[in-house]
Design a protein around this ligand. Structure first.
Ligand SMILES: [Zn+2]
Length: 109
């Protein structure tokens, strides 16, 4: 069961193994599959900013997609550069905790 997001919920560490892992400040360890996470990108290239229409063609995303790099965007989101050359991937911490499915990991902080 996912814990609810609060404004104090921040990642402490992000790393990649066979999934994208986020260790949160509250001790939760979230593990995200790459392909669904890539499909859920809501940057301006993937989702129309005004209409909300999905512009991304999921069929064009390689099934072996993986993140090449990640960085914090302000203090509210994670930016991900993907192996399909998509470098504007944007995932707010709130979405990562509340809307995007993840598996809970067991790594001890
Ligand atoms: Zn995008």
């Amino acid at each position: 069961m996912a814990l609810k997001f609060s404004n104090k919920t921040r990642p402490k560490e992000v790393f990649v193994d066979d999934k994208l892992n986020i260790l949160w400040a509250d001790g939760t360890h979230s593990r995200y599959d790459f392909y669904p996470l890539r499909c859920l990108c809501v940057c301006a290239a993937c989702v129309h900013e005004v209409t909300g229409e999905k512009l991304l063609d999921e069929a064009k995303i390689p099934k072996d997609i993986r993140p090449l790099a990640s960085e914090y965007v302000g203090n509210y989101a994670l930016g991900i550069t993907w192996s399909d050359q998509h470098s504007t991937g944007l995932y707010t911490f709130k979405r990562l905790r509340e809307d995007i499915p993840f598996e809970e990991g067991t790594r001890v902080n």
